[in-house]
Design a protein around this ligand. Structure first.
Ligand code: BJW
Ligand code: ZN
Length: 236
């Protein structure tokens, strides 16, 4: 069943790792997911980084290398086409850090968990900078000497205020609100709670996922299947 998008629809889309799976990017919690072979406490938390920063850098460097020849898929492109139809009545919120939505051409988009291709300082407020390098030694900050780190959001860290403000602003503006979550297991907050926020605001909720995730019962419409096939058909 397609999503009906009329002249008043405000569409808020949340994506997770599953939307990039068909591009060859590993997810986190599937059978071959990153958190099945690595302890997320060691690699995706400030405590893990403090305990062994080089281990963390090597993990992210390996993931950067794995993105060298990765391209957006039909699901990323379908979201670009919908954005072009809806204009400012569209907002894409992604938990993904690999930049495939931007590569596909999405512009009304916030990366709520940061971007793996940027680096920031763990010690000072220096502005994050683009960085595709693979660091197998620990890079120190030019300005304060503390270790640099990837510009991603680890467990226990705050979501960038810019991302939260964009979501709040969109929800306040939005009449005839539709929420669509794609390829996310619904266990990481605050992203997993967005469906409830939209429902409280009277919006309809859709889910496209390869399997039923943790928060499936909170969606009005559920389409189980690969995003690259289901999403283009959903907007047909
Ligand atoms: C397909 C498919 C195909 C496969 N097609 N589908 C409330 C309740 C409980 C806990 C908390 C809470 N609020 C906060 C917390 C704590 C914590 C949290 O949520 N913990 C829970 C896990 C228990 N949250 C946080 O700490 C967050 N921060 C925060 O809340 O700050 C508060 C604060 C305020 C002020 C000051 C300080 C703090 C931060 C969360 C950061 C998450 N970071 C990571 C790592 C990012 C960097 C990196 O990439 O390494 O983000 S963890 C990882 O999980 C990554 C992802 O973005 C995130 C979500 O994963 P995702 O995208 O859902 O992937 P998967 O693998 O789980 O699922 C993929 C799905 O796709 C599967 O279902 C497949 O079936 C499906 N799929 N192929 C369609 N082809
Ligand atoms: Zn610094």
């Amino acid at each position: 069943m397609p999503i009906v998008l009329d002249d008043t629809t405000h569409l808020l889309v949340l994506t997770g790792a599953g939307i990039s799976a068909e591009s060859g990017v590993p997810t986190f919690r599937d059978a071959n997911g990153l958190w099945n072979s690595h302890r997320f406490e060691d690699l995706a938390s400030p405590e893990g980084f403090a305990a062994d920063p080089l281990l963390v850098w090597k993990f992210y460097s390996q993931r950067r290398r794995g993105l060298d020849n990765v391209k957006p898929n039909a699901a990323h492109h379908a979201l670009v086409a919908v954005e072009q139809r809806l204009g400012e009545r569209f907002l894409l919120v992604t938990q993904n850090v690999e930049g495939l939505h931007a590569a596909a051409g999405s512009r009304r988009m916030v990366e709520m968990h940061g971007n793996i291709m940027r680096t920031k300082c763990s010690g000072c407020r220096r502005t994050p900078f683009d960085d595709r390098a693979s660091h197998d030694v620990l890079p120190p900050c030019d300005e304060c000497g503390e270790p640099l780190r990837p510009d991603v959001v680890w467990f226990g860290e705050a979501i960038p205020p810019r991302a939260l403000d964009a979501i709040d602003g969109f929800l306040k503006r939005g009449t005839n609100l539709v929420f669509l979550a794609v390829g996310t297991s619904g266990v990481v907050y605050p992203a997993a709670g967005l469906v409830d926020v939209v429902r409280r605001a009277g919006g309809a909720s859709w889910l496209v996922n390869a399997e039923a995730p943790a928060n499936v019962s909170r969606f009005d419409h559920v389409e189980i299947g690969p995003a690259g096939t289901v999403l283009p058909a959903l907007f047909a």
